[in-house]
Ligand binder design. Sequence first.
Ligand SMILES: NC(=O)C1=CN([C@@H]2O[C@H](COP(=O)(O)OP(=O)(O)OC[C@H]3O[C@@H](n4cnc5c(N)ncnc54)[C@H](O)[C@@H]3O)[C@@H](O)[C@H]2O)C=CC1
Ligand SMILES: NCC(=O)COP(=O)(O)O
Length: 336
Amino acid sequence: MSGLNQRSLLLTQGDPAGIGPELSLRAWLQRKEHSLPPFAVLSDPKFLERVAQGYGWKVPVKVVAIEEIGTVFPDALPVIPLGVTVSAQPGQPNAAHAPSVIESIETAVRLVRAGAASAVVTNPIAKHVLYEAGFRHPGHTEFLAALASEADGHAYHPVMMLWSEQLAVVPVTVHIPLSKVPAALTEELIVLTGRIVAREMRERFGIANPRLAVAGLNPHAGENGAMGTEDGAVIAPAIETLRREGIAVAGPLPADTMFHARARSLYDAALAMYHDQALIPIKTLAFDEAVNVTLGLPFVRTSPDHGTAFDIAGKGIARPDSLMAALKLAARLGRS
Ligand SMILES: NC(=O)C1=CN([C@@H]2O[C@H](COP(=O)(O)OP(=O)(O)OC[C@H]3O[C@@H](n4cnc5c(N)ncnc54)[C@H](O)[C@@H]3O)[C@@H](O)[C@H]2O)C=CC1
Ligand SMILES: NCC(=O)COP(=O)(O)O
């Protein structure tokens, strides 16, 4: 495998009715001004050509073998074709699109695991559309871990991190209803998540002694038990365990005061107890720059922080910034 090829990234198709296709084309068009690393899209080349034509964008689409990505990328958008044809109207999701969405992810993982490219970058998928087609995984995060486990028999615990220069957040529980969070939140889960975050902040992000901040679950981190018991009974003991292991951890912190600028300067990553506790602060601070990166996998995966945005798909107004940030972060982490 050539060095050039090993630096290439594989970008999945995502939901073809969402903004993923137009963002992939836009990112390629802006490759020079943003010094983007070479990438190939795993999709139907004819579909991408039609999307480009619809906007009047000059994007030559070229079917490539994986080792050609780096050499083709300066002059054409490299595409690795799927075994299915893709036809979709922007803003009109359909469960019939699921096979191409899933095949694109599976193929990217297989190729990266085989060492043929350095990282997987995923375009957004609409989870409910895939569920309609029988998809059993809550989202990419869990699906990618399942694919990795199927391949080598190891049980991976995937950890979702939303990263930006200003803030990195980790939801300890992820794609579950809010009503199920208290029961899902165990000392073991918090410790396991904290260990993975500390390790990968060191090994992948190059932070020698990462500082973690752990949020409480309840108002005022429980107010000494008067406003909830999980903070003292579950979160505090998990923090003690992590500290005994030599990890620098603060908490449980009241979640309402841990995301302002001075508080953020005291830690490298914040562990939040549920999805929105983590994602609201980072999407408010850095919606256009933040990247979703999955920790705990045997390969690098990043993604833009946003979803399929069916409301604006096909209008040509979707911003490619977060996808471009995801491509750059994947290239950086893929080198570690
Ligand atoms: N990594 C992934 O695959 C993700 C997938 N999703 C999926 O996306 C679907 C829609 O989710 P929503 O909560 O509506 O979030 P969304 O991120 O798709 O849209 C939220 C709002 O942000 C706007 N927006 C999103 N991306 C934008 C961009 N690049 N430029 C300009 N405006 C942008 C949209 O127009 C909308 O008003 C859901 O089915 C969800 O499962 C959501 C987040 C991540
Ligand atoms: N809100 C973030 C999100 O849903 C991302 O999920 P995933 O598909 O990356 O697991």
